[in-house]
Ligand binder design. Structure first.
Ligand SMILES: Cc1cc2nc3c(=O)[nH]c(=O)nc-3n(C[C@H](O)[C@H](O)[C@H](O)COP(=O)(O)O)c2cc1C
Length: 371
């Protein structure tokens, strides 16, 4: 029997010691000046979460190469020394106040709102339309070209080079973004991947690329550098998708990620709460399965700024840590509030009425504080 754990109790991910179980979920903020170099304002933004008591911060999705990975204009990258130095400044600012920070590595694939010439596992038209607020480009996504095997090899090498840059910048680790409908999730998903090579067909084959990326990174970085992975059922362009074979898919995916060398599994729920995104269509908990099957630390997500809901998830053995998205935007000091019994503010979507950048957020906060 596992003893009841508290949100504010410490925890370790492999050798990384965290002061509590609260995590800032990765959130794209498109706040660079077009060059992908993280700014001073972004350092203020990230440092604030560490000051607010979060045990771990996962950064926004960061692009990994200069060809096909960038998803949004003004998204940060980690593809050259200048971008690395921008991130180093953010890492230093965060570490200086006792925070721990992991860089999310992201390839947009067929959901890029930045490129006209996109790549995906297969030449299949993405569902629905581009997200509003993240790019001037709107409407339907372009038809992607299927990646060839040389491009896949290059992709793995680029993820690895990016992880090495992240290590050099001082990050505590990287998280591979294989969730929410972006490239690696496009490989995992049955209807976006109709390849006939070793990366398509069975679910074992469809999660092979994510597994190979983890293994390649783990063999390149120091032993204590964390390599986690984020997966989900739902997608930004298909919120209600569930893994077609539920628990059976989960067993194969989680085992493959563990065997590849992942240090943690992060299960995301895009926008509609834990139960909506994290349970199979038969109501079984996928994060709980990941915990039981792999023994790895599991981060759960989805409406967990409601502390009763967060407690239910930890108590029910669904996860070891809870990641907050919109709740962290509204309460950058959520853990300190919990500790000091200060009420939590609800997320107000007006924060992004004029745009989703950090600058827009800070201006909105200034106005809200004056009112
Ligand atoms: C502004 C914004 C940007 C996001 N960008 C990312 C991202 O870069 N990578 C990612 O994995 N998820 C991203 N997400 C999803 C969040 O990490 C999280 O899964 C989602 O907000 C649900 O959690 P919540 O219910 O706590 O808000 C984003 C969410 C928001 C609100």
């Amino acid at each position: 029997m596992r003893k009841e754990i508290s949100i504010l109790e410490n925890v370790t991910i492999d050798q990384l010691q965290l002061k509590n179980r609260t995590v800032v979920a990765p959130m794209t903020r498109v706040s660079t000046n077009g060059d992908g170099i993280p700014t001073e304002q972004m350092a203020t933004y990230y440092r604030r979460y560490a000051e607010g008591g979060f045990g771990l911060i996962i950064t926004e999705g960061t692009y990994t190469d200069r060809t096909f990975s960038q998803a949004y204009p003004n998204q940060p990258g980690i593809t050259n020394d200048k971008q690395l130095e921008g991130w180093r400044n953010i890492v230093s600012a965060t570490h200086a106040v006792g925070g721990k920070i992991i860089l999310q590595l992201m390839h947009g694939g067929a959901l890029s709102q930045h490129l006209s010439n996109t790549r995906g596992p297969s030449a299949i038209q993405p569902q629905r339309k581009m997200l509003e607020g993240y790019s001037a480009k709107q409407g339907v996504f372009p038809l992607p070209q299927a990646m060839n095997s040389a491009e896949i090899d290059e992709l793995i090498a680029d993820f690895t080079a990016s992880a090495l840059r992240a290590e050099k910048a001082g990050f505590n680790g990287v998280e591979i973004h294989a969730a929410n409908g972006y490239l690696l999730d496009q490989f995992i998903t049955d209807y976006t991947n109709v390849r006939e090579d070793q990366y398509g067909g069975s679910i074992e084959n469809r999660c092979r690329l994510s597994a190979e990326i983890i293994t390649a990174i783990k063999s390149a970085v120091a032993d204590d550098f964390i390599v986690g992975i984020r997966v989900s059922q739902g997608k930004v362009n298909d919120f209600d998708y569930t893994w077609p074979n539920g628990i059976d898919d989960g067993k194969i995916i989680f085992t493959s990620l563990k065997n590849a060398g992942a240090n943690y599994i992060h299960f995301a729920s895009e926008g509609k709460g834990f139960d909506h995104g994290c349970l199979t269509k038969n109501g079984e908990s996928l994060p709980k399965l990941a915990r039981e099957l792999t023994g790895l630390p599991v981060i759960a997500n989805g409406g967990l700024d409601n502390s009763n809901e967060a407690k239910r998830i930890l108590k029910g053995n669904h996860a070891d840590l809870v990641a907050l998205g919109t709740g962290a935007l509204a309460n950058p000091d959520w853990p300190n509030r919990l500790k000091n019994h200060i009420p939590i503010s609800p997320f107000n979507a007006d924060m992004f009425a004029l745009g989703v950048t950090v600058e827009h957020q800070f201006k909105w906060e200034e106005k809200a504080n004056r009112a």
